[in-house]
Design a protein around this ligand. Structure first.
Ligand code: SF4
Length: 358
């Protein structure tokens, strides 16, 4: 099967922590939509489509008629009857008319960027919306959709533990089907990188993370990946495609694809993309790359990786291939039945474990 990602790289303004490929302007929207549809038209594939994700950027900032056109251009593919079709929204950019268009286009899942419940923190982050805007968007969304994710962030500048607790409490009271909770990473090249920020320290960051797992679990949200939590049956099919190294094709500026163990990366130059130049990098993965990816992507899931699946794919057991790493981190890695997975302490030092695996 194949999953599709569509990148819409436009935002109202740039958040201060953002290093995604997005522009704080709607110049070129029409030309971009044309180039995107041309790219889609030029790609043929017989594989059935398992999921579609329209991400950004802020896809909800552009005219919803364009989203309808883009999704129409995908109708040449064999889209599975139960395909998960998600669009990312940001509060302050959504109307009921847009939501109805999304529904008409077959979209059945929304992912709303909230990040924090406190207006002071939203301002610090450079978000365009307030909590009041979010509530308007959420209530409209809930009227028409029953599969909604809310994106949150913790370890923010000036954020206290109480503020984070309050965010989780208010968000779970809304009862969305899915919650993503990421720790802020201050990336080079963002405005935050050059600012003197008052960030929670490592110990506080881990305290927030462990609290998140326990609290969301107590509210019926099952942690299925480091940063993703869902009510039963609402895990994101699209996210799982990445962690399980299934085939996916990205359309749009800077998007990535993995098809039959070949990785492709689209150009990040808008000028080139509008001229019809799409793929800029192609990498045929070696068996070593595939094995390492299988492990470090799979170990992001709380269920971890299947020993028998790894053995069937690579003709060697992961217990043998990663014997030294598994031994070195034996207090952080669990091996039960057919699965290898990280325990909570292992998640805290996962980067270190993954580096050793590579
Ligand atoms: S809305 Fe998302 S993509 Fe746009 S600037 Fe903010 S973080 Fe980046």
């Amino acid at each position: 099967m194949l999953s599709l990602y569509i990148h819409i790289p436009f935002c109202q303004s740039k958040c201060k922590y953002c290093d995604f490929l997005s522009f704080p302007s709607s110049d070129n929207v029409l030309a971009y939509k044309k180039a995107l549809i041309n790219e889609i038209n030029a790609f043929d594939c017989e594989k059935p489509i398992k999921s579609i994700f329209i991400g950004g950027g802020t896809p909800s900032i552009i005219d919803s008629k364009y989203i309808l056109e883009i999704l129409n251009s995908l109708s040449k593919f064999k889209i599975s009857e139960n395909a998960e079709i998600t669009i990312e929204l940001n509060p302050g950019t959504v109307t009921e008319e847009k939501l109805l268009d999304y529904k008409k286009a077959g979209i059945n899942r929304l992912s709303i960027g909230l990040q924090s419940w406190q207006n002071s923190l939203l301002k610090t982050l450079g978000r365009i919306h307030t909590i009041e805007d979010f509530l308007l968007t959420y209530n409209l969304a809930k009227k028409h959709f029953n599969n909604i994710n809310i994106d949150l962030m913790f370890s923010l500048p000036e954020q206290s533990f109480e503020m984070w607790k309050n965010t989780l409490e208010n968000v779970t009271n809304l009862n969305p089907q899915h919650i993503s909770a990421y720790s802020l990473i201050v990336e080079e090249g963002t405005p935050f990188y050059d600012m003197n920020l008052n960030l929670p320290d490592e110990k506080e960051d881990r305290k927030m993370y462990h609290y998140t797992i326990d609290y969301l679990n107590s509210k019926g949200y099952f942690q299925y990946e480091f940063s993703n939590f869902a009510k039963k049956g609402y895990e994101s099919k699209h996210n799982k495609v990445y962690w399980e190294r299934e085939n996916y094709k990205g359309f749009g500026l800077g998007s990535a694809s993995l098809i039959d163990n070949i990785r492709y990366k689209n150009t990040t130059s808008m000028e080139e993309y509008l001229k019809g130049i799409t793929i800029s990098e192609k990498e045929v993965l070696t068996k070593e790359d595939e094995m390492a990816e299988f492990m470090f992507l799979g170990l992001r899931k709380t269920e971890g990786v299947s020993i028998s699946k790894f053995t069937t794919l690579f003709n060697i057991s992961p217990l043998e291939k990663y014997k030294l790493v598994l031994e070195k981190y034996k207090n952080f890695i669990e091996i039960k039945n057919d699965r290898i997975f990280l325990n909570t302490n292992g998640i805290d030092i996962s980067n270190q474990i993954f580096v050793d695996m590579i």
